[in-house]
Design a protein around this ligand. Structure first.
Ligand SMILES: Cc1cc2nc3c(=O)[nH]c(=O)nc-3n(C[C@H](O)[C@H](O)[C@H](O)COP(=O)(O)OP(=O)(O)OC[C@H]3O[C@@H](n4cnc5c(N)ncnc54)[C@H](O)[C@@H]3O)c2cc1C
Ligand SMILES: NC(=O)c1ccc[n+]([C@@H]2O[C@H](COP(=O)([O-])OP(=O)(O)OC[C@H]3O[C@@H](n4cnc5c(N)ncnc54)[C@H](OP(=O)(O)O)[C@@H]3O)[C@@H](O)[C@H]2O)c1
Length: 468
């Protein structure tokens, strides 16, 4: 009944896998090729989720099951837009689903942002998680005071990794180079700065509470900061806003609880917007903020700047104000929001749906939501695709075999499931002696070396009789 035989998914993060799961269960004949620019699958579950969130990483078991389906092929180490064009995918597959995420950091856009020791959270997160793009970054952990801008869960991860006793990270999958550097860290004080108030902070309460429980570290805030105006009180009274209410209770519990015996401190600041970074000898020296007032109706309160400036002396800075998607080739792109314009997952140009092209995950809705959010999102996208089926004109057959053949013939090896399993096994084996779940390869060349040992190169036959 279906005219969709072959689907290409671009990106192997949660949204790509959940789209694959929905497609496999809806269409019994479909064969899926998932293209991933890295040799390793799982997107931000491998390279974003903090190493001490071990349980969460177990979601990869769900993805592994999908990878083992006979109707699914993983093509790792193949970057769409560089190694193969999106246009070629569109010509060779009945449908293409874009699931390549939002990997670029948003910049604060202030003077001094380019100084040494000023970084984005995305760089630091990629570095401690062993993402090959960030392997060679360095962070000056000889400094004592760091400022993290943003009151979201990524900022919480960055602050926790900076302040946590390194011994607590030893049995995680944190990259070895990061563990080594953090073990020598001098950071004693982290300032976590939000532009709005405690009722608008985006931390989930579990993550916020976790920040108050870091061993040998005291979390603090000022009691004036948690005195709320009427619009905030109305926000907190709304039953749907229970996370904010709980967050405010946590912040109130941290007021003025100073204990000079505790060496490390985490200090929450509210209603401060980044104004400029001042440097000395080319390096960050002071972060200057502008104090804000909250103005507007409940749930629409904006940070309105005042005349007052506030400085924090610091030696290290991380902007953690969100991520951004990037366009690929000539696809329509909403540069303001950093997403591919779409209606429930159908990619649109000037309001008109493009034939056979869909989008899901962070690239579809913007860089918000936890892993599970992507499941419902991908189901919605696949649902649109299924609704479009009756009107589809089938692609000429044979194009996919030719395309996959040409990709397999190029010089850089394609990482399929057997090769990934080899990388995975090697990482686990390296982790065992040091009691880590895995010791990640952090260089693509090391991953390729491992799979190249005793390896006969894939041919299109390895991608099964299903090609064609
Ligand atoms: C630092 C951080 C920590 C997080 N921690 C948690 C957490 O603890 N719990 C939780 O539930 N959620 C967490 N999240 C949110 C969660 O990671 C996201 O909701 C989810 O990963 C988004 O999935 P995605 O598939 O849209 O994108 P991604 O996970 O980013 O996957 C996109 C994939 O596409 C690949 N790709 C990019 N460009 C190309 C290309 N040109 N060709 C081929 N492949 C390409 C990328 O390499 C990547 O593998 C965290 C997010 C961040 C940033
Ligand atoms: N453990 C977990 O479950 C976990 C861990 C990490 C990430 N995640 C998820 O991943 C998603 C991304 O997280 P995130 O922390 O990057 O984003 P986020 O939750 O959207 O938080 C971004 C923060 O940056 C602030 N901000 C934005 N622009 C700013 C500017 N120009 N100046 C100053 N501050 C600015 C925002 O303030 P405003 O509110 O004022 O805009 C907000 O406090 C979230 O949905 C998060 O829940 C989940």
């Amino acid at each position: 009944m279906t005219m969709v035989k072959h689907a290409a998914i671009v990106g192997s993060g949660p949204s790509g896998f959940y789209a694959a799961e929905a497609l496999l269960s809806a269409l019994p004949d479909i064969v899926i090729d998932m293209f991933e620019r890295l040799p390793t699958p799982y997107g931000l579950v491998r390279s974003g989720v903090a190493p001490d969130h071990r349980k969460l990483k177990q979601v990869t078991h769900v993805f592994d099951k999908i990878m083992r389906s006979e109707r699914f092929n993983f093509l790792g180490n193949v970057s769409v837009g560089t190694d193969v064009s999106l246009e070629a995918l569109q010509q060779s597959y009945d449908i293409v689903i874009l699931a390549y995420g939002a990997s670029t950091d948003r910049k604060m856009g202030i003077s001094g942002e380019g100084l040494a020791n000023s970084h984005s959270a995305a760089e630091f997160v990629g570095w401690y998680n062993g993402h090959p793009d960030f392997r060679d970054r360095t962070f000056d952990l000889s400094q004592e005071v760091a400022v993290v801008v943003g009151h979201g869960n990524v900022a919480a991860d960055v602050a926790r990794i900076l302040l946590q006793p390194p011994d607590d990270l030893r049995s995680t999958d944190i990259a070895a180079h990061a563990l080594e550097a953090l073990a020598e860290s001098n950071i004693r004080e982290v300032h976590l700065v939000g532009r709005r108030g405690p009722a608008q902070a985006k931390f989930t309460t579990g993550e916020l509470r976790g920040l108050g429980l870091i061993p040998q570290c005291q979390a603090l805030t000022d009691s004036n900061a948690v005195t709320l105006g009427p619009a905030c009180e109305l926000e907190l009274a709304d039953r749907s806003n229970i996370n904010a209410l709980r967050n405010v209770e946590v912040f109130r519990g941290l007021c003025n609880a100073r204990d000079s015996q505790i060496a490390r401190k985490l200090i929450f600041h509210f209603c401060l917007s980044p104004e400029m970074l001042e440097g000395e000898a080319g390096r960050v020296k002071q972060f200057v903020f502008r104090r804000n007032m909250l103005r507007g109706n409940p749930f629409e309160q904006a940070a309105v700047p005042t005349e007052e400036l506030f400085g924090i002396d610091c030696g290290l800075v991380f902007g953690s104000i969100g991520y951004r998607g990037q366009p690929l080739e000539r696809i329509p792109f909403d540069f303001r929001r950093g997403v591919v314009p779409n209606r429930k997952g159908r990619v649109e140009r000037d309001g008109i749906a493009l034939d056979g092209l869909y989008v899901t995950g962070w690239l579809k809705r913007g860089p918000t939501g936890i892993i599970g959010t992507n499941r419902a999102d991908s189901i919605e996208t696949v649902q649109q695709m299924l609704e479009d089926l009756p009107g589809r004109i089938p692609r000429p057959q044979g194009g996919r075999r030719q395309l996959v053949d040409s990709i397999l013939r190029r010089s850089a090896p394609v990482i399929g499931l057997p090769e990934w399993l080899k990388i995975d096994a090697a990482e686990r084996a390296m982790g065992r002696p040091v009691n880590k779940p895995r010791e990640k390869f952090t260089r693509i060349t090391d991953m390729i070396d491992i799979v190249s040992q005793d390896h006969v190169r894939n041919t299109s036959d390895d991608y099964g009789a299903r090609l064609g």
